[in-house]
Design a protein around this ligand. Structure first.
Ligand SMILES: *Cc1c(COP(=O)(O)O)cnc(C)c1O
Length: 427
């Protein structure tokens, strides 16, 4: 499928039925798989043969959808997980364990921020948060001998800051470590981070990929571009024998394109069980079939509403990666020339109070802890998703106290603007 356009991969990637086989992907709703001999089964457990034996590790439906997401990002291997949080956790923990350190942009999803700042510290993994706008010198200064990776989001949720992927990749590679990018907001339809030097991409498929608010899920994709063996001292988990798999060395046995995802599946999925259900994978696939069409509409609605708000006297500020006034306009032009996403943020005059009055006056746009859904919704992060964070941490994440995050869905822009307009007048 690699030579095909992104829309064709959205519709047909990952699955080519044979003669007389189902047109839609089959849902293999089975925990386990039957074999003729124990030798057949033993080979699977030794990773000597590929095949299915237990759906905690791998399932054919889930793998079909992972293959489509892999093709969309232009990677060599991919896996799905139970959530976006699980994807980010596994992506980091696969190469960074107790006693190690990593660097992350501070402009990331609030849940990921907590995972890195609280839970992973408890596991003995240290992290340094850097501004998404750091200079190369400042980023370099954050490195330590035990630094194993750099992490960031293409467009940060909810700060909507665009990351300079090439800059982060350059500094990561100079230090012999990979760059992991959470590409949830633009999706591969609007940005393919591997083309700009990212090594591993993660997704909350919960958002635009599913796109209908139906199921929580995640994905990890490997570009196959990072040479683990060239930095074997930093990545013993990939470059030395795994005793829990009879001494297999992943980077030798599965090569540069397969080692990372094979280890994450065989070891971390086996032990942690953050598995994507076959039914969830099926829903995600339904969403993926229209992802290219929907992303265009989300971006158009985002632009229409952002433009309306920017010209409204009761609105203090508007942030949307697409507006000419957007701070990272040059980065958007470079990384996402065809559009970004449907999420905007803005401040209604009147601060925290004003934000809350405005939101409760909306009629069609609902208050939800969600984004990237067919139905438009909004949220006040300072009192919802980010309420665990201190004021300083809020600012580090790029979240202002009066900030409203609005996710424009697939409705008619004129109706969305009418609802917002009446709420601004009546609040
Ligand atoms: C929602 C989100 C996550 C977490 O995904 P879940 O499926 O809710 O666990 C991670 N990263 C980003 C950018 C998100 O928007």
């Amino acid at each position: 499928m690699e030579k095909k356009g992104i829309g064709t991969v959205c519709v047909q990637g990952g699955y080519t039925p044979g003669n007389g086989e189902p047109r839609q992907i089959p849902i293999i709703q089975s925990t386990t798989f039957r074999y003729e001999t124990s030798e057949d089964m033993g080979k699977l457990f030794d990773l000597e043969a590929s095949g299915y034996f237990y759906s905690r590790l791998q399932n054919p439906t889930v793998d079909t959808v992972a293959a489509k997401i892999c093709a969309l990002e232009g990677g060599t291997a991919a896996m799905m997980t139970s959530s976006g949080m699980a994807a980010n956790f596994l992506a980091v923990f696969n190469i960074c364990t107790a006693g190690d350190h990593f660097i992350t942009s501070s402009a990331i999803y609030g849940g990921t921020f907590n995972l890195f700042n609280v839970t992973m510290r408890k596991m003995g993994i240290d992290v340094t948060f850097v501004s998404p706008e750091v200079s190369e010198e400042e980023l370099q200064a954050a490195f330590r001998p035990n630094t194993k990776l750099v992490f960031g989001e293409t467009i940060a949720n909810p700060a909507l800051i665009t990351l300079d992927i090439e800059k982060f990749a350059r500094v990561a590679h100079k230090n012999g470590v990979p760059l992991i990018i959470d590409n949830t907001f633009p999706t591969p339809v609007h940005c393919r981070p591997f083309e700009f030097g990212a090594d591993i991409v993660t997704h909350a498929t919960t958002k635009y990929m599913d796109g209908h608010g139906s199921s929580v899920g995640g994905a990890i994709i490997d570009s196959g571009n990072f040479n683990w063996m060239a930095h074997a001292d930093k990545f013993p988990g990939l470059c030395t024998p795994d005793e829990s798999y009879h001494g297999i060395t992943y980077a030798e046995k599965f090569g540069q394109g397969g080692a990372y995802i094979t280890k994450a599946t065989a070891q971390l999925m086996r032990d942690l069980g953050v598995t994507c259900a076959p039914m969830t994978a099926y829903y995600v696939n339904l969403g993926l079939e229209s992802l290219h069409v929907r992303m265009k509409r989300h971006a158009e609605n985002g632009m229409a509403v952002a433009t309306f708000l920017e010209n409204h006297p009761k609105v203090g500020w508007v942030n949307y990666p697409g507006l000419a006034s957007y701070k990272g306009k040059a980065l958007v032009d470079k990384y996402m020339p065809n559009g970004t996403c449907g999420v905007i943020s803005f401040g209604v005059k009147g601060g925290r109070e004003g934000a809350s009055r405005f939101m409760s006056t909306l009629k069609m746009i609902a208050i939800e802890t969600h984004v990237a859904d067919a139905r438009s919704c909004c949220l006040h992060p300072a009192t919802a998703t980010h309420r665990q964070l201190s004021d300083e941490e809020l600012v580090a994440c790029g979240v202002l106290p009066d900030m409203i995050r609005m996710s424009l869905g697939l409705e008619d822009a004129s109706d969305l603007i009418a609802d917002i307009s009446q709420a601004l007048e009546n609040a």
